[in-house]
Design a protein around this ligand. Structure first.
Ligand code: NAD
Ligand code: AHE
Ligand code: ZN
Length: 375
């Protein structure tokens, strides 16, 4: 198949708010510094729904979504040195070129090598490898894992231990790694008082990392009462449902009240800007740090009284948990195999590819942590 167009199935979103449709697509061969991957499994992250629904200001259509995948390299373009056909790989929506100002800064996992074209749904040469009867279909987050074959930039893929089960480790492509990194890259967690807003995959992974890093108190906050059991299972010491507070009591005031002045660290894993504000204002005066992980819809903005920051609270954020994919993901896969990183515990649903929309329905129902789609 190398060097030839591959015909396969992909779930295409034709327009904002439309359901995905399984279509026959043509996937062109990888060009220089590109890699074509046979995707075997993919998870569904809330960010896929965010773009499908039309909330993403960068969202453009028609597009092949998906960014939590695992697969096997089918062929590589000229000049590709980091992976070869047959390698088991995880596509990376946060590329790592190891050369740009960002990669060499030692300060961030963001990489500038392909981000501009990635945001336009294109490969670095500003064209797409996907088409249907000659009509161009866009890439998503540089990964497009909702296709049986996808093409990614070589800086956007990492090989992992082939003994690892791709139907599990595909989830390290986003949610689990994001929550884990958001916590473990933050100094000072041991013995601290913490709160996590939102107990989906990302929030639960943050809760689990807080527990394993030795946080003293881990307050899980979610409006879905069923999440109490989940949060407790992943290590939360407390659970608060903001809807169950007395009328007129704000969640941030309640948290400050029950923690003798507020939390040392809080995390937003909801994407709701009002929750982000509450998470910041639930921080302890003088030193509390609030990390935004959730992704907010186009046009949404965060606000608080500047006094909150003047008096020592810090507002920060993180993408992919601050994890450098090519450098760090193989080690996280090893840790999963050793049993020190949980993955299986997040999987609540499995779907055949033709039923991928059922995975989105399960997410909306509130009963799904992660669904695995068998491609
Ligand atoms: P999810 O939908 O599975 O979980 C969200 C949780 O938030 C749910 O349990 C829901 O009940 C809860 N929630 C909703 N409104 C709430 C409120 N007002 N107060 C408290 N809890 C509330 O989503 P997920 O896949 O875990 O992703 C979480 C967020 O993180 C999304 O916004 C997603 O787009 C974002 N995300 C960001 C990154 C990143 O790199 N920064 C990576 C992955 C996901
Ligand atoms: N396109 C959106 C940005 C969405 C966003 O912030 N994405 C996160 C990853 S979410 C994964 O589930 C991210 O990595 N951001 C850094 C980046 O470079 O996109 C918008 O608002 O325009
Ligand atoms: Zn994601």
């Amino acid at each position: 198949t190398a060097g030839k167009v591959i015909n396969c199935k992909a779930a295409v979103c034709w327009g904002a708010g439309e359901p995905l449709k399984i279509e026959d697509v043509e996937v062109a061969p990888p060009q220089a510094h590109e890699v074509r991957i046979k995707i075997l499994y993919t998870g569904i992250c809330h960010t896929d729904e965010y773009t499908r629904s039309g909330s993403d200001p960068e969202g453009a259509f028609p597009i092949i979504l998906g960014h939590e995948g695992g697969g096997i390299v089918e062929s590589v373009g000229e000049g590709v040195e980091n992976v070869k056909p047959g390698d088991h790989v995880i596509p990376l929506y946060t590329a790592e070129c190891k050369k740009c100002k960002f990669c060499t800064s030692g300060k961030t996992n963001l990489c500038s090598s392909v981000r501009a074209t990635q945001g336009q749904g294109l490969m670095p040469d500003k064209t797409s490898r996907f088409s249907i009867n000659g009509q161009k279909i866009l890439h998503f987050m540089g990964t497009s894992t909702f296709s049986q074959y996808t093409v990614v930039a070589d800086v956007s893929v990492v090989a992992v231990n082939p003994a690892a089960d791709l139907s599990k480790v595909c989830l390290l492509g986003c949610g689990i790694t994001t929550g884990w990194g958001a916590v473990t890259k933050q100094p000072g967690i041991k013995e601290s008082n913490t709160a996590v807003f939102g107990c989906g995959c990302v929030g639960l992974s943050a809760i689990n990392a807080l527990s394993e890093t030795g946080a003293k108190r881990i307050i899980a906050v979610d409006t879905n009462p069923d999440k109490k059991e989940w949060a407790t299972k992943f290590g939360a010491t407390d659970f608060v449902n903001p809807k169950e507070l007395p009328e007129g009591t704000r969640i941030q005031d309640h948290l400050v009240e029950i923690t003798d002045g507020g939390l040392d660290f809080t995390f937003d894993a909801t994407g709701n800007v009002h929750v982000m504000r509450a998470a910041l204002e639930a921080c302890h005066k003088g030193w509390g740090v609030s990390t935004i992980i959730g992704v907010a819809a186009a046009g949404q903005e965060i606000s608080t009284r500047p006094f909150q920051l003047v008096t020592g609270r810090v507002w920060r954020g993180t993408a992919f948990g601050g994890v450098k994919g090519r450098t760090e993901l193989p080690g996280i896969v090893e840790n999963y195999m050793k049993g020190t990183v949980k993955i299986d515990e997040y999987i609540t649903h499995q779907f055949k590819f033709e039923d991928i929309m059922k995975g989105f329905d399960a997410m909306h129902s509130g009963e799904c942590i992660r669904a695995i789609v068998d491609m």
